[in-house]
Ligand binder design. Sequence first.
Ligand code: SAM
Ligand code: SF4
Length: 360
Amino acid sequence: MNPLIRKALNGPYQLSRGEIRELLSLNDTEELFHAAYEVKLRHTGKGVSLRGLIELGNYCGKDCYYCGIRKSNYKVGRYRLSEDDVVRMAHWAYEQEYGSIVLQSGELESEENTAFIERILRRIHTFAGENLGVTLCLGEQSEEVYRRWLEAGAHRYLLRIETSSSELYTKLHPANHSFVRRKECLHTLKRIGYQTGSGVMCGLPGQTLDDLANDILFFHEMDLDMIGMGPYLPHRDTPLGKGIELTPEYKESQLKLGLKMIAVTRLYLHDVNIASTTALQALDDRGREQGLLAGANVIMPNITDTEYRRNYQLYENKPCLDENSAQCRNCLRWRVLSVGEEINWGKRGDPPHFRKGFSK
Ligand code: SAM
Ligand code: SF4
């Protein structure tokens, strides 16, 4: 066995930056994925937690150079779900025993949006109580806003750092987007009691293996509970994506890198929740299943009504655009079973790393 993999199997945080980098550069990944899957089994057993993803709306105040719904992309038809629609979708997820949902949207900092989310959270709490995990993925906000949403019933917050390299971050965003603020938001979320998740995009133009090794060390430094990362995928109507062609070779290398990041993150951190993200499925029909076998333990099936999905394309080739939530539920069930795993129906699936939580 590769001595670095053996070392990582002994416990969390065993590898140096150089060793993490070396694992990320492996071409033959069989042993790596196998070991990461073994560590996943140790901490979360043979089980996959679901997070039903509701894409609340695609209005965004920001202009990230990589994102298809950035403010300046005038080709996107903008929408926002009604409060009743969001509550209905959340209720469906609860009844279908998803155990947990994610409310995601573009970043809006306004009292109107804060109160809108607050009302939704309170209504979800009336029927689900503590039995439905609620994750928010709504970008950078003030501490006061994060606190209001926590008090209204949210448990978890996902805010990707996108890259832990402040130099690369600066190249991927306009000058008024702040790496320092994003990092501060993560500290705030942790401090006030959210189960806190972050992550990066892998395979960004200009990103090196050293950057990715540093990203994994960053996850530890921030003491994160959940990791949601995936391959970067180009969108032709964005400044970053317009020149990049989705050739088979490009797709294969982005997929492989995304899977290696999952595996090495699992081998380094051990007890966190790691999502096998939809971006993997955009690269390969079996991408999310491969993510599970490389050490991920969470899947986020889309439960947004089909009519809205086309307008929430962060990248091209987004899968499941024409499916409805019931079809996605069935399809996912078989996909998870096909790799010998099972879905933890009706469980919130709190990350083992989160010590203060109230796991079911
Ligand atoms: N607006 C919030 C934010 O940025 O944190 C939440 C929604 S945003 C669409 C969620 C994530 O989508 C981002 O953190 C980013 O990593 C990812 N994303 C955006 N564009 C992407 C692309 N072209 N390829 C892969 N992931 C992308
Ligand atoms: Fe807006 Fe998030 Fe897309 Fe950036 S990544 S443009 S904040 S939706």
